[in-house]
Design a protein around this ligand. Structure first.
Ligand code: ZN
Length: 345
């Protein structure tokens, strides 16, 4: 009788190992563990067996019943798992939410640079870039500011470690985009119409209105018969396109070493329309850029004859424009990399 149980055990486990589907598994369960299954039959026939043997066989048969039930459960869950996996391979659930791809955006400064360049390139200006690490010559000297010129004090300059054999340090981080004008005029003959956007650097303590790095856009036009009227017309058109068609422009005398005469350009305040408010400091006007007619000395230095040619130049800080447009009260926000700020634009 005990042999019969052992035989049944090995037969049942062999067959279970061959089962590959849920249907087969159910058939196996009925034939071994079902109410008419082989195991129950053995247990039922125990009554005709002597007591001693009955106890032994009974214990073994019950043990087998438990282990077969466990084996059945394991097999069942494995089959179900296989089934889900093969289903997953074959079908795509179109109702599942997709994976979100984080989308970036252009920095507010880049957006404004592009906007400015678009306006000027539509007027025939070409976009040019220059190096951010610059020679003293291009940053100051060629722009009419020799070594002892007091106007150099207007630019808190960051100098590079590089030293010449005679102990001079002629390399710096450009303090304005104007050196690009010299580089362009050296290499090309008039007519010249360029826009030069880029980063500039100042050795300055930062506060709400000062950063040690910011952007400028520089413009230059050199040709025969260029006059202050061309400068005014170009910048007036620019201001109207950037700040709205009903803008007024004000031109006032100002001093920059590389232009003569120099002007400071302001637009009427877009908030109070000239009445006076906090944005414009109660003046009704907002300064947006500096400009002027290229100094004859600057032209002479790059071998353009000032008796034949004349030109105008202008330069502006880029961040000033979004600051005015969106009412931003701290320039440092631009380069703190705080997404809560940047994502608004
Ligand atoms: Zn105002």
């Amino acid at each position: 009788m005990l042999n019969q149980v052992e035989e049944l055990a090995s037969k049942a486990l062999d067959e279970l190992a061959k089962v590959t589907s849920v249907d087969q598994l159910e058939a196996w369960r009925i034939s071994y563990l079902g109410r008419k299954g082989s195991l129950i039959q053995i247990l039922r026939s125990l009554s005709s067996v002597p007591l001693e043997e009955r106890r032994l066989v009974g214990a073994r048969a019950n043990q087998l019943k438990t282990s077969l039930e466990i084996a059945f459960d394991e097999k069942k869950s494995r089959l179900e798992q296989d089934l889900t996996q093969s289903l997953a391979k074959e079908t795509i659930d179109v109702t599942l939410p997709g994976q979100l791809v984080p989308l970036g955006r252009l920095h507010p400064t880049t957006q404004i640079v592009q906007e400015i360049c678009d306006i000027f390139s539509s007027m025939g200006f070409q976009i040019v870039e220059g190096p951010e690490v610059e020679w003293d010559y291009y940053n100051f000297e060629a722009l009419n500011m020799p070594a002892d010129h007091p106007a150099r004090d207007m630019f808190a300059t960051l100098w590079m470690d590089f030293e010449t054999k005679t102990g001079e340090r002629p390399m710096l981080l450009r303090t304005h985009t104007s050196p690009v004008q010299i580089r362009v005029m050296e290499k090309s003959a008039p007519p010249i119409r360029i826009i030069a956007p880029g980063r500039v650097y100042r050795y300055e303590a930062t506060d709400a209105t000062h950063e040690w790095m910011f952007y400028q856009v520089e413009g230059l036009a050199v040709d025969k018969n260029i006059s202050l009227a061309d400068l005014k017309g170009t910048l007036f058109e620019f201001a109207r396109r950037l700040f709205g068609a009903d803008r007024k422009c004000r031109f006032r005398c100002d001093y920059f070493p590389f232009v003569e005469p120099g002007v400071e350009v302001a637009i009427d305040c877009m908030v109070c329309h000239g009445e006076g408010c906090r944005l414009c400091g109660n003046t009704g006007w907002i300064e947006i850029l500096g400009a002027g007619m290229v100094h004859p000395e600057v032209l002479r230095r790059v071998k353009i004859d000032p008796d034949v040619y004349s030109g105008f130049a202008f330069g502006m800080g880029v961040e000033r424009i979004p600051i005015l447009r969106y009412g931003i009260d701290d320039i440092r926000l631009f380069y703190n990399n705080d997404l809560r700020f940047l994502q608004q634009f």
